[in-house]
Design a protein around this ligand. Structure first.
Ligand code: GLN
Length: 216
C-alpha cells in the first residue's frame, strides 16, 4: 500500500506506526484476501506513479476519484464522501465562502484535488503549495497566506491542534474517495468484493467510528 501518512484521520503516525482509517481498512481487506499488508509512506503525488510502476499494489490515501486520475489508474468502489473545505483565521470576517477567495493567497497540499481545483478557479499565481497539509495550516496561522483549502477530516484535526483558526461552513467541493490500482489490475474486483463484505458486516463502520466518531 502506497500512502502519504500526513492525512489524519486517514493515515498518520502513532509513534513509528502508520495508523488511521485507510491503514485499518486496508488491513481488513488484506486479511479477507489472505494477503499480507505492507505500508509505504511517500509524497502524495508519488502514489500514482508507484502504483503505475508496480512498486506498490495499490494506493490508499483518502484519494479522490477524478477523471484525470482515472486515465492513469483504476479505482475501487468508493468508500467515503469527502469535502474540500476552507480554513481561515478565526477573526477573518471578509472571507465567508469560495467567492471571496478571488485574488487571495491560498495554501494547498501539492498535487491534491484542493491544489488542482483551486489552481483552476483562482489562478496559479495565487496558490501556495506545501508538501504537507499541516504546513499550509501553519503558514495560515503565521499570516503568510489568507486561506487553506483541504479535505474536511484533516482540516478538523489540524484546526483542533492550532489555535486561532476556523473552518468555513460553506464547503468548496464534494468528492468521493477510493483505493487506486494499476490499470487492469486483477486485484480491483477482489478488493471490491472485500469492500462490500466489510461494509455489510459492519467492520467498515466500526473503523470509521473509531476515528471519526459522531462527526460523520
Ligand atoms: N482527497 C485529496 C486528493 O485526493 C487529498 C488526499 C491527500 O492529501 N491524502 O487529492
Amino acid at each position: 500500500m502506497a500512502t502519504n501518512a500526513e492525512f489524519p484521520p486517514y493515515e498518520f503516525y502513532e509513534g513509528e506506526e502508520i495508523v488511521g482509517i485507510d491503514a485499518e481498512f486496508a488491513a481488513a481487506i488484506a486479511e479477507k484476501l489472505g494477503m499480507e499488508l505492507k505500508i509505504e509512506d511517500m509524497a502524495f503525488d508519488s502514489i500514482i506513479p508507484a502504483v503505475q510502476s508496480g512498486k506498490a499494489d495499490f494506493g490508499a490515501a483518502g484519494m479522490t476519484v477524478t477523471e484525470d486520475r482515472m486515465k492513469e489508474v483504476d479505482f475501487s468502489d468508493t468508500y467515503y464522501t469527502g469535502r474540500q473545505v476552507i480554513i481561515v483565521a478565526e477573526d477573518n470576517t471578509e472571507i465567508t465562502g469560495p467567492d471571496e477567495l478571488v485574488g487571495k493567497k491560498i495554501g494547498v497540499q501539492q498535487g491534491t484535488t484542493g491544489d488542482i481545483y483551486a489552481t483552476d478557479d483562482y489562478g496559479d499565481e495565487n496558490i501556495e503549495r506545501y508538501n504537507k497539509g499541516f504546513e499550509a495550516v501553519q503558514a495560515l496561522k503565521q499570516g503568510k497566506i489568507d486561506a487553506v483549502i483541504i479535505d474536511d477530516q484533516p482540516a478538523q484535526t489540524f484546526v483542533k491542534e492550532t489555535e486561532g483558526l476556523k473552518i468555513l461552513e460553506t464547503e468548496y467541493v464534494e468528492e468521493e474517495y477510493a483505493l487506486c490500482f494499476k490499470k487492469d489490475s486483477e486485484l480491483v474486483e477482489k478488493v471490491n468484493d472485500a469492500i462490500a463484505e466489510l461494509k455489510e458486516d459492519g467492520t467498515f463502520d466500526k473503523i470509521i467510528d473509531k476515528y471519526i466518531g459522531g462527526e460523520k
